[in-house]
Design a protein around this ligand. Structure first.
Ligand SMILES: CC(C)(COP(=O)(O)OP(=O)(O)OC[C@H]1O[C@@H](n2cnc3c(N)ncnc32)[C@H](O)[C@@H]1OP(=O)(O)O)[C@@H](O)C(=O)NCCC(=O)NCCS
Length: 176
C-alpha cells in the first residue's frame, strides 16, 4: 500500500481531528480518564485542529499528513519553541497501521522539514505511562528527561520530555 506524506491544509483538519481522537482512545485508555476520552476530548481536538490552521505563522508551523488510498494514515505537527528549537507535537499513526514503519517515516520527514526551516533541535512530551511510544522514541535516538506534571484536557498528567539535540540524528533515524 502506498502512503504519501505531504503538508496538511485546512481541508485536512477534520480528518486529523478524527484520527487524533481515535488514536487517543486506543493508546491513552487507562492513561487519561474514560470520561474525558469518550466525552469532551473529541470537541476539544476538533477545535484545536480547526484553530491550528488559522494561526498567522504558516512558515513556522509544520503539520504533515500521511495519506493512504483509503484515507488518513497518520500525522505529525511541530511548533517553534525558540529561535532554532521545535516542539514536535502530536505524532499519531492510525491504529490498524502501527508497527509498519510509518511512525519512523513521519518523524524522519518532520526532522528534515524542520531542518529546512532552520531548526537545529527538537523535543516532545510523552505521557509517562505510554511505554510503547517511549520505546519508539528511544529507538529513534530520543533522550528522556525528568518527568513533570502537565494538565492534559484539564487532567494533571505525568509526562516525560524527550529531546533530540541534533535534528540530523532524527532525520537519519527516520530512514531514506
Ligand atoms: C508511537 C507511534 C507513532 C509509532 O509509530 P509506528 O508506525 O507504530 O512505529 P514504527 O513501525 O515506525 O516503529 C519504528 C521503530 O520503533 C520500534 N518500536 C516501536 N514501538 C516500540 C516499542 N514499544 N519499544 C521499542 N521499540 C519500538 C520499532 O520496532 C521500529 O524499529 P525497527 O524498525 O528497528 O524494528 C504509533 O505506534 C502510534 O501512533 N501510537 C499511538 C499514539 C501515540 O502514543 N503517539 C505518541 C504520542 S507522544
Amino acid at each position: 500500500m502506498t502512503i504519501e506524506i505531504r503538508p496538511a491544509t485546512a481541508a485536512d483538519a477534520a480528518a486529523i481531528a478524527d484520527l487524533h481522537q481515535r488514536s487517543w482512545r486506543s493508546a491513552y485508555r487507562g492513561l487519561l480518564p474514560d470520561s474525558y476520552l469518550d466525552g469532551p476530548a473529541g470537541d476539544q481536538l476538533a477545535a484545536h485542529w480547526s484553530g491550528a490552521f488559522a494561526k498567522d505563522e504558516p512558515c513556522r508551523m509544520m503539520i504533515l499528513i500521511a495519506m493512504a488510498p483509503d484515507g488518513i494514515a497518520g500525522f505529525v505537527a511541530a511548533w517553534p519553541k525558540g529561535p532554532d528549537r521545535a516542539l514536535i507535537d502530536n505524532l499519531h499513526v492510525a491504529p490498524g497501521l502501527r508497527g509498519g514503519g510509518l511512525g519512523r517515516r513521519l518523524m524522519g520527514r518532520a526532522a528534515a522539514e524542520l531542518r529546512r526551516l532552520g531548526f537545529r533541535s527538537a523535543f516532545l512530551e510523552v505521557i509517562e505511562g505510554n511505554h510503547d511510544a517511549r520505546g519508539f522514541y528511544r529507538r529513534l535516538g530520543g533522550v528522556e528527561g525528568a518527568p513533570f506534571v502537565e494538565p492534559i484536557g484539564g487532567h494533571p498528567t505525568r509526562v516525560i520530555p524527550v529531546a533530540w539535540d541534533d535534528l540530523a540524528v532524527l532525520e537519519a533515524a527516520g530512514g531514506p
